[in-house]
Design a protein around this ligand. Structure first.
Ligand code: ATP
Ligand code: MG
Length: 222
């Protein structure tokens, strides 16, 4: 059984996340994808983040009773900053993990910062990674960002990766493959949504209806 793991600040979760990860799950035949809100994102110490319990609740509301998705509070129950490597080890050590193939899912912007993450090389030893090309990034050799991505893989991860259009494979087998997927271009970000909310503008159609209501009721991002 193939399982997706998708972490983020989710401040708030939005339709960009949901649509992109849905397309990944469908293409890769993932039976289930865990959405994993981060407790203290190690990369975002410079701004106020909505309380973890609100971010978790919004992910719960977004996913509702959909079978394909599950919410994991593993990072919220762990003390200190959330490190992806710890989360991967948690999932791989769960009972029944032998029968599951895990895939780590992230956006291209997150991937291009991965060399700042704790023990990031170990991530590629643990699981294959699926990178979603975010709006305006684009993959394919004709796109300048793709050349940058191939460079990045070669210099920061391993020069043994062989990069084709949508995939980077490690010939030595020491690291798992890295897949790239173009997803629908929904140019939505948490930053954008928080700005709209702060300015008293509508965020309808950027987040699921229940999330919009929750943000309003709780007075988040004022
Ligand atoms: P912020 O603007 O606060 O950074 P965000 O919208 O980028 O918020 P995050 O929680 O930081 O949301 O992102 C979690 C993951 O989702 C990251 O891997 C990011 O690359 C990816 N992601 C964010 N927005 C989109 C989108 N519109 N389409 C596809 N992937 C996205
Ligand atoms: Mg982000």
């Amino acid at each position: 059984m193939k399982i997706g793991l998708f972490g983020g600040t989710f401040d708030p979760i939005h339709l960009g996340h949901l649509r992109a990860v849905k397309e990944v799950a469908e293409s890769f035949g993932l039976s289930k994808t865990y959405l994993i809100p981060a407790a203290q994102p190690p990369h975002k110490p410079h701004r106020d983040i909505a309380p973890a319990k609100d971010r978790l609740e919004m992910v719960r509301l977004a996913v509702g009773s959909l079978d394909a998705f599950e919410v994991s509070d593993i990072e919220l129950n762990r003390k200190g900053p959330s490190y992806t490597i710890d989360t991967l080890k948690h999932f791989k050590n769960m009972p029944g993990a032998e029968d599951r193939a895990f895939y780590l899912i992230m956006g291209l912007d997150a991937f291009l910062e991965i060399d700042t993450w704790k023990a990031y090389l170990e991530i590629f030893e643990q699981v294959p990674v699926i990178i979603m090309a975010r709006p305006s990034a684009g993959t394919g050799p004709e796109n300048p960002p793709w050349a940058r991505v191939a460079d990045f893989i070669g210099s920061k991860i391993s020069d043994q990766y062989r990069c084709s259009d949508m995939e980077a494979r490690h010939d030595g087998g020491e690291y798992h493959s890295i897949h790239f997927m173009d997803v629908s271009l929904l140019d939505i970000s948490g930053t954008h949504i928080r700005d709209f909310a702060r300015q008293g503008k509508s965020i309808q159609f950027l987040v699921p209806e229940k999330v919009e209501l929750y943000i309003r009721q709780r007075g988040l991002y004022q």
